[in-house]
Design a protein around this ligand. Structure first.
Ligand code: PGA
Length: 255
């Protein structure tokens, strides 16, 4: 099975939650619960929590990620954080193009691409998010949109750099709503992403790509979603803020 070729990755996306001391406490609680994971375990945390999170995760199998990165190396970009700043702080992964950033902060397919390139050039692993709105789904544009977003995000990414890319299919209508895509919808969406990558990089590269599903994945539905051929992991919002729930998802991905 091709799934065996791909790294399973469960990544938490804390969004704008947890102070540094709360981050430390949550990671301490998670460490023993996920220590035997048979998948990669990542926590993407607010910028301000990064030092505390890196320190708390030291010596464990938990890797720390950021939730965004700017595309310039330095300069007059008030409020932004560069890829080099993240790597020096001990960050290994970064979420790029989350739908909340696209919706609330004017993120476009172009800036998603620039941020992806900046992250990869700095040696970070990029978790690039794509996904359709409910309206786009109902109009029948899901496949077209997912393929377009995927190809746009990967413009000028080399085949070698693609090895450090994870794509998270996150239907916008399923994020934070409690409405999860069915396992079939998740598998299909992830399959569209993989097909887009195959069109540009070839079938082997596409089969090696980790494609996560995200959107109300939780302890109860993770196993069914992760059993699907094209679902190689999850990007977890709400359920990553509770140690036991997150650990249950990690356990489901480790089977
Ligand atoms: P959710 O968020 O699990 O709370 O739906 C997922 C995400 O936004 O990455």
């Amino acid at each position: 099975m091709n799934k065996a070729k791909r790294a399973a990755v469960i990544a938490g996306n804390w969004k704008m939650n947890k102070t540094p001391s709360e981050a430390k406490a949550l990671i301490e609680e998670m460490k023993p619960l996920v220590k035997d994971a048979g998948c990669d375990v990542v926590l993407c945390v607010p910028f301000i929590d990064i030092p505390a999170a890196v320190e708390a995760a030291k010596g464990s199998n938990i890797k720390i990620g950021a939730e965004n990165v700017h595309f310039k190396a330095s300069g007059a970009y008030t409020g932004e954080v560069s890829a080099d700043m993240l790597t020096e702080a001990g960050v290994e992964y970064v979420v790029i193009g989350h739908s909340e950033r696209r919706t609330y902060f004017g993120e476009t397919d172009q800036t998603v691409n620039l941020r992806t390139l900046a992250a990869l050039n700095a040696g970070l692993k990029a978790i690039v998010c794509v996904g359709e709105t409910l309206e786009q789904r109902e109009l029948g544009y899901t496949e077209t949109l997912l393929k377009f977003q995927t190809k746009m995000a990967l413009t000028n990414v080399t085949a070698e750099q693609l090895k450090n890319v994870i794509i998270a299919y996150e239907p916008v209508w399923a994020i934070g709503t409690g409405v999860t895509a069915t396992a079939e919808q998740a598998d299909e969406g992830n399959g569209f992403v993989r097909a887009a990558v195959a069109e540009v990089y070839g079938e082997d590269a596409a089969q090696a790509l980790t494609v996560q599903y995200g959107g109300s994945m939780n302890a109860g539905n993770a196993e069914e979603l992760l059993a699907k051929e094209n679902v190689d992991g999850g990007l977890i919002g709400g359920a990553s803020l509770k140690a036991k729930d997150f650990a249950a998802i990690v356990a489901a991905a480790s089977k």
